[in-house]
Design a protein around this ligand. Structure first.
Ligand code: E4P
Length: 231
């Protein structure tokens, strides 16, 4: 399963990319607005940090302008993936950009019927928003299960299921169980995946016992090592 990070915050991206666990980035106009920076500058900077696809969303709503925006975004870096909304004009733009060899992420998907249309339009990724479905009292994960099943019936579709609007580790694990291709995680959710109280407690106990042995794997006492590093 691929992990994308759902943020336009360059400092967060640098920090998380250093883990070696980040396969791509997704942004949206709201995330870009939070940074207070120029959209094009932010996209270019992110593309220089992460090798994988970086989703950058068009903001026009008509096909002609979306296409022009998509082409401009795609020209910024080779790893830009143009994000378009799931509207008739968005899917028309998806088809045109895909035909030109540009990767396209179709966003704001809330139904299986919409996901089917996106696959037919040649989307690289379909982004169903599970958290926002949960928020209105439906089960977002049911939509993921449905789309995964539908796409599996048609091997000619290469569209990957990118689970979006992820609220916590439970969504990531459920998405993985269902065989979703990608989950895009807010930084806090990616960090939360590491955590388990028994890991912390176990590590504390191991380190306390190790300290009692007075040994050092690198052949110097930990005190000496610390003073050499600080010198
Ligand atoms: C996905 O690409 C979207 O940017 C994102 O996952 C939306 O999440 P939200 O519902 O938390 O805003």
């Amino acid at each position: 399963m691929k992990f994308f990070v759902d943020t336009a915050d360059v400092a967060e991206i640098r920090d998380l990319a250093a883990t070696g666990l980040v396969d791509g980035i997704t942004t949206n106009p709201s995330l870009v607005a939070k940074t207070g920076r120029s959209f094009l500058d932010v996209v270019q900077e992110i593309c220089g940090i992460v090798d994988g696809p970086v989703s950058a969303e068009v903001t026009a709503t008509d096909h002609e302008t979306m296409l022009a925006e998509g082409r401009k975004l795609a020209s910024l870096a080779e790893n830009v993936c143009v994000k378009v909304p799931l509207t008739p004009d968005g899917l028309k733009t998806c088809k045109a950009l895909t035909d030109e060899g540009t990767k396209v992420n179709v966003t704001l998907c809330f139904s299986s019927a919409q996901a089917l249309l996106a696959a037919k339009a040649g989307a690289t990724y379909i982004s169903p928003f599970v958290g926002r479905l949960d928020d209105i009292g439906t089960d977002g994960m049911e939509l993921i299960a449905d789309i995964v099943q539908i796409y599996a019936n048609y091997p000619e579709y290469s569209t990957e299921v990118l689970v979006a609007s992820v609220r916590g580790p439970h969504h990531v694990v459920q998405a993985a169980r269902l065989g979703a291709d990608v989950a895009t995680l807010p930084p806090a959710v990616l960090r939360a995946l590491f955590k388990h109280p028994l890991t912390d407690r176990g590590l504390d106990a191991f380190l306390a016992d190790w300290a009692k042995t007075g040994q050092s794997i690198l052949g110097v006492s930990d005190d000496k090592q610390a003073s050499r590093t600080s010198a």
